[in-house]
Design a protein around this ligand. Structure first.
Ligand code: SF4
Length: 973
């Protein structure tokens, strides 16, 4: 038995092996905060366990243990697959102790990957639509036919210069860099994501501060942890973060949770602050105000590392540019955010605000904060929540410190592949319309609305790990648009399972689940940088057993491919003879002119792009790829703190110049620089060169990749691009602010976007274990509201939105703020055909009727029912609830600055009538378009300074060539 002391999770395979040899005392449960027990690596090729059902007979199973990475949320925890050497079946998945982020632990969704592998409803062969789109008539086709048809469609679009008619719409990418290479090799600006219905509000707030859009809290070493929403049970990087939050709590850290709902996270906190939805920013600014007025903020950090001087020059030209004058102005700016104002606006007692502000000040540089979706994705101006939250880190100097919050890129590593394509020279105006020059990601949820406005069409549309009909708001608009072959000429759904959207595809192409594909990834789970390999475990087991495999589909069930090999094959078929300049990116770096293999692609990366990995591998007598195939993950380095304080190396200062006003140091030697990948040093290149740092007290330091090189208290970007009123952190009254909600008229705020820890959007619909645990999303309601409405637990209530209504059962709890209702967005799966387009563990069968022009009604015919399959468990399904698909009844509500969809709804909740049935949905899509146009009117379109579509320095996924940023640049249409 192996025991490692608490908080000493080994970081590399040799280190673990060393510890394994040293520690021999028996495993003790109290010592599990580091590593617990696991099969030693030298037995992974033949690990023996006994068949439990054969007991007392000792019947042996011989396993090959192969690490891979979970794909059931964005955390990318390590998994260890137990592959039966005799049958080549995966028998179970447990944690991978060598993964630095998850350290051998998983949530329920990790091991449940097994049920997705063995799901009897999964799609095993390529299918082509034969009837009208959406009719559910399919025929099995060969991969050759499907690939040729899709390649031909793309080839003609590219040859006609219609580059913006090729779109790849992904939900959870689960990879770093691969698809950017693919789309850029095709020369298209065709990436579309789910991010504007998810994290872009959160990202925007951070990006305006530091030029980097994600925080990396060092929870484990924090003294005070301030969380907006439920990060302990379902946050971003859920399991890796949760274990470190609890570590900090065990060491004495206090936790405060801001959430109108008493989540499991709030129940573990020292402070639960159930603010009125949409007012979180006011609370955070009140905390900031106390630090400012009481002068308990970190004066020296703010002086050195914020652009206070720029703020004074622009906003207060009447005063001398001195830090003392800035403090005076700061006190004036935030004096309005008093504890009393917050008590009135947010509903949090003023005494609590003061108490927490004192805790924040006392935590100093060990203040860990986090917000991601939740409030940031909830309301108009949601992006101001992270901006106000990170303001507290700036004020306390807890930026890049032990126990503080670092820019995520310090803890994330994206390796560069060989021979990178040049950036695309086109701008896709359907994903990036002029109205949203500062939108953090593609305006993906507006796709059907924009197409219906006549802004273009798509020749080829891919959906992958994405179910837009179900996941987006306004799903009836999606259904309508996806059926229209003049808007979507060809739709290929790359998916392991059926979904509401794949039903509307022309090709349904079966792809592997998490344990059946290759990816690299790296996330900011803690204060260290690591990389992990997701790999097809049966393929790797076969290769270890001496059974060569050329393509992953040879090891996968049926004719299930992995995406990486799909894109290689497709690219070869688009560029038939190499004359389009595409094929060369899919040729082996070792065998010129021949098709690249997975071993070559990943082998090259691990050998050439991951610092320290080849050396660590050599110590083990392995190649870099061999090391990653064996251990699944590698820690590159522990986080170096305060990297912005690093001196700029002398060679970079040669011939450099300093901007006299901003003190930004410019190097005259432009060099490829991608802020997404390596944001330091400084700003992206421009005609003047590239920023390599900033002078601080006459010292040349690295700084931040912002226009000022510092943390931007004052955003010249917001100021210059038409939003001067939001140039500094402030509070925006949202569409669900208390002053907007007419409670006398029965109005309430609906929180429709909280996660259930055991589910993950539509991706877990094919996981029987998870659906057995969670299959309902009732409406949370405070007892006072239940009494007013006249409902008891289990009664039906009708929730009326701007465009329709849904009917749900009521759950009455004091863990809900009065005046607010909540419903999880992880349930409500449906299908139109009892026997086709299955998802038997999770979906109800429904009927959809168009009752008037543009008015749709969905009604359940059957709930979840037992079914016959090769899995005997399918006959034992005991639950019938599939939940309610509330998203269908929400209009699109894009924030005019961040572009993020504002999920919170202003609703009326009434007792259901006798005509209402559980899970009824009614939507008027005529009203959908009216709501869409109203929100569009809030925008302030491009061009901005320099006739640009978007500021060059701002992050953008799959960033095009600077020439495409010009408003009159090429659009590929
Ligand atoms: S938190 Fe759970 S679902 Fe997410 S990667 Fe880890 S084990 Fe998988």
């Amino acid at each position: 038995m192996v025991t490692i002391k608490p908080n000493e999770a080994p970081s590399s395979a040799p280190e673990i092996k060393k510890k394994v040899r040293q520690v021999e005392e028996p495993f003790a449960p109290e010592q599990t905060s580091g590593l617990s027990s696991y099969p030693p690596p030298d037995q992974w090729d033949d690990w023996v366990e006994y068949e439990p059902r054969a007991w007392p007979e000792k019947r042996e199973h011989h396993y090959m243990l192969v690490p891979t990475t979970c794909f059931n949320c964005e955390s990318a925890c390590g998994l260890m697959a137990y592959v039966d050497k005799e049958t080549l079946q995966v028998r179970k998945l447990e944690g991978n102790p060598f993964h630095p982020g998850s350290r051998g632990r998983n949530c329920a969704k990790g091991p449940a990957t097994l049920t997705q592998i063995n799901d009897p409803d999964r799609i095993l062969y390529p299918l082509k639509r034969v009837g009208p789109r959406g009719s559910g008539e399919w025929e099995r086709v060969s991969w050759d036919d499907a690939l040729d048809a899709i390649a031909g469609k793309i080839r003609s679009a590219l040859q006609d210069g219609r580059n913006s008619e090729v779109m790849y719409h992904v939900g959870r990418p689960g990879e770093d860099g691969y698809m950017e290479r693919v789309l850029q090799s095709w020369g298209v600006d065709g990436h579309n994501s789910h991010t504007n219905i998810c994290s872009s509000g959160g990202r925007t707030g951070y990006a305006f501060w530091m030029g980097i859009d994600r925080p990396s809290p060092d929870y484990a070493n924090a003294r005070f942890i301030l969380l907006i929403s439920a990060h302990l049970e379902s946050g971003h990087y859920f399991n890796p973060h949760a274990q470190r939050i609890i570590e900090a709590k065990m060491k004495g850290a206090k936790i405060a949770v801001v959430d109108p709902r008493l989540s499991n996270t709030a129940s573990m906190a020292n402070y639960w602050l159930p603010t009125a939805p949409g007012t979180e920013t006011a609370l955070l600014l009140a905390i900031a105000n106390i630090l400012i007025q009481e002068e308990t903020f970190n004066r020296e950090f703010v002086r050195r590392w914020t652009n206070w001087d720029e703020y004074l020059r622009v906003m207060h030209p009447e005063v001398d540019v001195t830090f003392d004058n800035f403090v005076v102005a700061l006190k004036e700016e935030y004096a309005q955010y008093t504890p009393e104002m917050v008590e009135a606006e947010c509903g949090v007692p003023s005494a609590s605000v003061i108490e927490i502000a004192r805790e924040v000040a006392a935590a100093g540089t060990a203040l860990a904060t986090h917000t991601w979706r939740a409030a940031s994705a909830g309301h108009l101006g949601g992006w101001t929540v992270p901006r106000a939250l990170f303001f507290l880190n700036v004020l306390t100097g807890s930026v890049g410190t032990t126990g503080g919050v670092a820019p995520n890129v310090w803890d994330k590593f994206v390796p560069r592949p060989f021979m990178e394509p040049t950036k695309q020279k086109v701008w896709n105006e359907i994903s990036w319309p002029k109205e949203y020059p500062l939108a953090h990601h593609e305006m993906s949820m507006l796709l059907p609305h924009l197409l219906k406005q006549g802004r273009g069409k798509l020749a080829m549309y891919f959906t992958r790990v994405y179910n837009p009909v179900w996941t987006n708001p306004d799903g009836f608009m999606w259904m309508d648009a996806l059926k229209d072959e003049s808007l979507f000429e060809m739709h290929a759904a790359l998916t392991p399972t059926w979904s509401e959207s794949s039903w509307l595809a022309d090709y349904v192409l079966p792809m592997g689940v998490g344990a059946e594909r290759h990816d690299t990834h790296s996330y900011e789970t803690h204060a260290a940088k690591w990389i992990a390999l997701r790999q097809p475990v049966v393929r790797v087991a076969m290769e270890r057993l001496g059974k060569p495999v050329d393509y992953t589909y040879e090891a996968n069930p049926g004719e299930v491919w992995e995406e990486d090999e799909f894109w290689i094959e497709l690219s070869w078929r688009i560029d038939l003879d190499g004359s389009m300049g595409i094929r060369k990116y899919y040729e082996s770096p070792y065998r010129p002119g021949e098709k690249i293999t997975m071993d070559e692609y990943y082998g090259w990366i691990f050998e050439n792009s991951v610092p320290g990995l080849p050396e660590a591998a050599a110590e083990e007598g392995l190649t870099a790829l061999g090391y990653m195939r064996k251990y699944g993950a590698f820690e590159i380095e522990k986080q170096a703190m305060r990297q912005f304080d690093d001196a700029v190396p002398a060679e970079e200062l040669e011939r450099a110049s300093v901007d006299p006003l901003s003190q930004v140091i410019m190097s005259p030697a432009p060099k490829a620089h991608s802020p997404e990948i390596t944001p330091l040093p400084g700003n992206p290149p421009s005609a003047a060169g590239r920023a390599v740092g900033v002078l601080v007290d006459d010292q040349p330091l690295r700084g931040f990749p912002t226009p000022s090189g510092k943390l931007e208290f004052f955003s010249s970007t917001l100021y210059d691009w038409g939003w001067p009123e939001h140039a500094i952190p402030n509070y925006i009254q949202s569409h669900v602010a208390p002053s907007v909600i007419d409670r006398e008229a029965g109005e309430m705020t609906l929180l429709p976007n909280y996660r259930i820890p055991t589910l993950i959007h539509t991706r877990s619909g094919n996981a029987k274990w998870l659906n057995e645990i969670s299959h309902s999303n009732p409406l949370w309601l405070h007892p006072s509201d239940a009494e007013r409405i006249g409902v008891k637990i289990g009664d039906l209530a009708r929730v009326e939105t701007e465009i329709g209504y849904f009917v749900d059962r009521v759950w009455i709890t004091e863990g809900m703020r009065p005046g607010v209702v909540a419903c999880s967005h992880h349930l409500g799966r449906w299908r139109l055909d009892e026997h086709g387009g299955k998802g038997g563990w999770s979906s109800a069968t429904v009927e959809i009727a168009e009752t008037e022009s543009g008015v749709f009604r969905m009604r359940q015919v059957n709930g979840v029912r037992a079914f016959t399959s090769n899995d005997p468990d399918s006959k034992k399904i005991w639950w019938s609830d599939a939940g309610v698909h509330q998203n269908l009844t929400f209009p699109v509500q894009p924030d005019p600055i961040s572009g993020a969809h504002a999920w919170h709804q202003r609703v009326r909740v009434v007792k259901a009538s006798a005509r209402d049935e559980y899970a009824d949905i009614v939507v008027d899509t005529n009203r959908s378009m009216i709501a869409f146009e109203r929100w569009m009117k809030m925008t302030r379109p491009a061009p901005g300074p320099g006739n640009l579509r978007r500021p060059l320095w701002l992050l953008r996924p799959y960033k095009p060539d600077p020439s495409a940023f010009q408003i009159d640049g090429p659009t590929g249409r």
